[in-house]
Design a protein around this ligand. Structure first.
Ligand code: HEC
Ligand code: HEC
Ligand code: HEC
Length: 222
């Protein structure tokens, strides 16, 4: 997991993008290699690796969906079971952390809070990684990577309490409410999709693209 501690600010932009992609790839490979089928999406840490906490955080990271037998079948864009490769290759959400290093982000930062780079600013991370990112930091599993940006769990809900069951027989008999209690967001109904997308695309409490972000905080404090 050493690669996660690259000092991004010191790197040219292309090298940075590449290293973020490598981190993404290595995370998914690390998980995929350790997975037998989908039965245990979170392999035990290899010797010398950082131990996974006894009560791991509920946000597992997109890498935990990336086994070939699960959602990374490498089929066509949008094909069932190819959600991971579809997301990595075609979905702008997979780049939503990277854009926090681009020129537009630098401009926003210069006006808003020059001391806090966008990729460390909770205001940005709440929408460019997942809802309540800042509040939920203690609930991130050791393998969770903010570098993945808006990942599977950002829309489908934190996976710890359902990842081990959602492919087993009996799961589909559960109601949307029962699944939601375990953390899985309903993406089948229109109402569920509205709940999933609008906090970031329209706004919600504490998630607001207001004039501070557009122009920087007003000198008069208004
Ligand atoms: C309320 C949620 C929200 C907040 C807060 C937010 N963003 Fe965004 N941001 C979005 C969404 C949604 C888009 C995509 C908009 C679109 O393309 O229609 C976006 C797009 C962007 C883009 C353009 C992406 C590109 O492809 O070039 C940049 C840059 C950006 N945001 C930077 C920031 C920075 C920096 C912050 C923090 C200061 C921030 N955003 C805070 C939701 C948010
Ligand atoms: C930006 C939000 C978003 C992200 C990110 C996202 N999904 Fe989805 N996903 C949806 C929505 C909305 C649907 C329902 C619409 C559809 O089926 O096309 C869906 C459908 C699915 C389905 C079918 C579910 C069903 O009810 O049959 C699977 C499986 C899935 N996603 C897995 C993933 C995986 C794995 C990832 C990460 C690699 C991911 N998704 C990332 C929003 C998202
Ligand atoms: C956690 C916050 C978050 C959630 C949840 C989310 N998005 Fe996004 N979305 C973003 C951000 C941030 C971007 C900008 C990514 C970029 O440009 O790099 C974005 C980009 C997009 C884009 C591309 C816009 C463009 O200009 O190209 C579409 C389309 C989109 N989102 C639709 C959806 C839909 C539909 C859902 C729900 C199923 C959803 N999003 C859920 C944060 C979110």
């Amino acid at each position: 997991m050493e690669q996660l501690h690259v000092d991004c600010r010191a790197m040219p932009r292309t090298a940075l993008m590449l290293s973020l992609r490598l981190v993404k790839l290595s995370l998914s490979l690390a998980v995929a290699i350790g997975v037998a089928g989908c039965a245990s999406p979170l392999p035990a840490p290899a010797q010398g690796e950082v131990a996974v906490p006894a009560a791991p955080g509920r946000w597992l990271g997109s890498g935990s969906c990336a086994a070939m037998g699960c959602h990374n079948a490498n089929g066509f864009q949008g094909e069932p079971r190819s959600e991971y490769n579809t997301w990595v290759s075609h979905d702008p959400h997979a780049r939503s952390y990277e854009v926090l290093f681009n020129d537009r982000s630098r401009t926003i930062t210069a006006n808003l809070d020059p001391k806090k780079p966008a990729h460390e600013n909770a205001v940005c991370l709440n929408c460019h990684v997942h809802r309540d990112y800042a509040k939920e930091q203690a609930n991130h599993h050791a393998r969770f990577a903010k570098q993945d940006g808006v990942g599977c769990e950002s829309c489908h809900g934190p996976a710890r309490d359902w990842v081990g069951d959602h492919y087993k027989s009996g799961w589909s008999a559960k109601t949307a409410e029962q699944k939601l209690k375990l953390g899985m967001q309903d993406t089948r109904s229109l109402a569920g999709r509205v709940r999933s997308c609008t906090p970031c695309h329209v706004g919600a409490q504490g998630m607001d693209v207001n004039h501070d972000l557009i122009r920087g905080p007003s000198a008069s404090g208004i």
